[in-house]
Structure formats: structure tokens, C-alpha cells
Design a protein around this ligand. Sequence first.
Ligand code: AMP
Length: 537
Amino acid sequence: MTMRYELLVPKILEGAAVRFPKKEIVTRVGEGTHRYTYADMFARTTRLGNALRELGVGVGDRVGTFAWNNYRHLEAYFAPSIIGAAVHTINIRLAQDDMAYIINHAGDKALLIDPDLAPLIEAIADRLPNVQHYVIMGEPDEVTTTLPGAVSYETLLAAASPEYQPQYVDEYDTMGLCYTSATTGMPKAVAYSHRAVYLHSMAAAMTDMFELSERDKVMAVVPMFHANCWGLPFVTTLVGAGQVFPGVRPDPRIICELIEQEGVTLSGGVPTIWIGVLDYLNRSGVEYDLSSLKRLVSGGSAVPLAILQAYRDRLGVEIIHAYGMTEAAPLISVNRRRSWLDSMSPQEQLELCAKQGTVAPGVETKLVDENGEEAEWDGQQRGELWFRGPWIAGEYVDDERSDETFVDGWYHTGDIASIDPDGYIQIVDRVKDMVKSGGEWISSVDLESAIMAHPEVLEAAVIAVPHPQWQERPLACVVQRSESTAQLTKETILEFIEPNFARWWLPDDVVFIDEIPKTSVGKFDKKVLRERFESHV
Ligand code: AMP
């Protein structure tokens, strides 16, 4: 028999302190940087754990974080798990009602808040009866808030014991909590066990996934409150890679500067981030040396082919497409080329990169059609993706909506896809974003990707609008590049995409808008567009 050994998140932290004490963690602060090592991070995280314990936080309690991507947030990712509590990463861009709902639903006992974000919590503080402690993540002079009893993070750490006294719990106990960025109804809570995060980290590091090692420098642009930050803080600490945090309000300039200055080898963010970076490079004309970047991970929504192409051909950077969700901690699949596909032409390789990749080892997949039958993996047949595996949620926390999504041990994603014979997933659409025209389905994702290939187009979103005869018809909402002087019209757009689609797929109309509204995690917000153009026909 092998020894029984619990897979606990504090073990990831302990390992980093012993194996990689000198490795550096860098955070952008103002126009400069804060730098320290894993040894420092371990010491401070130990103190934070002890400080939280002193405040009365213990096994089973929840600690909310309300912060940008920075080193204190990294400490807060790990400290609750040392004392058997759980970290709850709160989305700083939620509406007030949603924010109050999730803080109360999670039962957060303490909130750790970045100084500049405190006013957002002040506005709802009278609706948070369970919060006993407000901690401002800064020096004492940064505590300028009216939040009751607010203390500075650094004051707490200075007064806390430096002794590492972990409270180990069961590997199936909760170490973290993240809410979905629900587009209908209130956000739903997903709880991550220690074991799930540990195994997810091991899988994410694998060569056929993010291919991470101690030699890497990882910069998560994806917010630390979005879907567990794609697991990046955990996997990076596990393998001892360097970490780079972009700090307050990262913009394309900051992202490019950090990649160049720090020699970032892997960065991750939603496609709108990479669209924005490319646009900034085009407009500013500033040349950055981005050659350190070996992997640029894009996930959260489909990455348009034109973006993959622009990064490959103009910047020499390969975008790696990843797919997942809050419910899966979040990685399901990463797009790496299988050895037997190496002989593909450059164009075929590009088209392969636009797919969502093959599932991680350990994740089981079903593709289920409208009749409840399993669809063939032939790259044609479509179905809903179902998953199960060691890091996939089995339910939403205290939520009666669980039964619709978690059925007989399978997580039903609501994502419609095909899978090719090599196992590559191609997301067609979310069920609720598909356009149902005369009983047939049209993929908004395919249309958007084709429109965004137009050189004068910055962004495009396709939505369903109600139609008296066809039930729904596609409407394209297009943003023209700010520097473009061309006269873009409905006709030019439709002519451009016409060769790729059957006639009845083509949008009935094309509207030109200043900006595609974004969700709190930076995806195209089609709900807002649907409301705006409800009576467009
Ligand atoms: P969230 O939990 O907010 O990250 O949302 C997860 C959902 O985003 C998934 O169920 C998909 O609908 C969508 N999604 C995530 N990654 C991708 C991707 N690479 N391509 C297309 N859709 C994606």
C-alpha cells in the first residue's frame, strides 16, 4: 500500500518555500515594481494566516478578497487554506446587488480590500451583516475608508506570529470559492476542494497543457477573481516559476512593458485583452520586444482566427487557445498540436489553433445531441458538452439551480460543440447565444469570427433578434477601428463574409457601434446588446 497523503493546498506553498525560496515575484506598483521572493511570500502568508486566526477566522470560515492582481492578493490566495478556511475571490466589477448577494451567500467573515476599491464596499457595507473585519490591503496610511473597524493589512502582518502552524483539513474540504459571472439570475457559487486545486495544478503544468516549469515567468492578466485566475497562481507556485502581477488597472501599455521588462514567458487573458493589445501596438507604433513570450493563453470566449493570425505573422507569438469555466476550476481543454498533425500546412495549423483543444488528462467528456444521444466525434455532429473529472464541481453551493446543471454525476455545460476525430473540441456557441432561425441553428461565434477577420473591424458581436416570421435572425454589431478611414457599410461586411456561409446564415442587418459592451470579466456582453436591439427588426 502507498502511504495515505492528502492533497492540500498548503503543501503547494510549503514546497515553494523549500524548493524555490529565491525565485522572484514581481508586482507593478505605480510606474515601478514591488519585488520579493517565494521565501518572503511564504513568511508573509504565514503571518497573514496567523493574523486571520487572531481575528477569529477558523476551519470552515470564508475570507473574501476584493483586489487587483498583486502580491498581497497572492498571499490571500493561500493564507486561508493554512488555517482550514477558504478564500472567496470577489469580482470587483459586479453590480452592487450581486456583490452584496455573494458576500452574504458566501458568509464572508473578513474582507481583504485593495485601498482604491474600498469605496465600492463602503457603498454596500450596511447590507453585509456577517462581515466582522475589513482589512485594507496596504500600509496604515492607506486606510482612508469609513468601513467600520478597518485595519491595515501591513499592521496585521507586523503584529502576527511568524510561526507556521498549519491546520490541515480533509483534502475534499473547501479551500476556495468563486461565483460564476451569471448572465441570468444571481451568480452561482462553485466551491473548490484542496484536492481539486492540487490536481488541477498538476494537470495545468503538463507539457500538453500550459507546459510550465521553474524556468517560466507567468503573468496572469486574467483577474484573480475570474474563475480561480485560471489556476495560474497555484500551478505557478507548484512548479516554482517566477510570477508577474500587473497590479491596478492593467492596460495594453502596461501589459507590453511588463512582458518586455520582466521577460514574461506565459501570459493569460480573455480575447478582448489580446485584441486590445494588438490594437494598441498598431495605433501607438511603439515597438516592444515580446520575444520572451512562448505562450500567450487566450480563453473565456472563442479567439477569432484573424487574431491568431495577426499574433503569429506580425508578432511571432503563438496564441494557445484554452477552454474552461468557473465550474471546472477552470481548465477543461488546451489547444496543443498532436504529433500526428505536424504535417499540416500553416493555414491548417492556424485553423486548428482556433479550436478549443483537447481535454486535460483526467477529464471525461460526452457530446450529447438534442435527443439525448451521444453524437459522433466526427467534427460535424453537434451536441452539448458534458464533463466529469477530479476538479469539476458536483453542485453549486446552497443553490437550488444545481439540479439543472449537475445530472447523474455529469456537469452539463450549456456549450454546444463538435469534436473532431483527433479529439479537438470546437465550440459552436453557448445554447443561449445560438440564433434560432426558422427552426435551424446559426452559430453567432462563426459569424463574429468571420467579421473580425475584416481588416477595418476591431470587434464584432452577433446576436439573435426576434423576428415575426423566422422567430430569430442574426444581427451583427460591429466596431470599426478608430484609425480606419474606410467607409464601412452593411454591404461591405456582408460581401466580405458571404463566401463562407449559406445565404440564410448572413445577418439581416449590420449596425455600427462605438464599443461592444463587456461583462465583468471582459467578455462581449450579448445580454446588453440583445436588450438594446430587441426591437431592431
Ligand atoms: P466563465 O465561467 O465566466 O469563465 O464562463 C465559462 C464559459 O465561457 C464556458 O461555458 C463557455 O461558454 C465560454 N468559454 C470559455 N472558454 C471559451 C473558449 N475558449 N471558446 C469559446 N467559449 C469559451
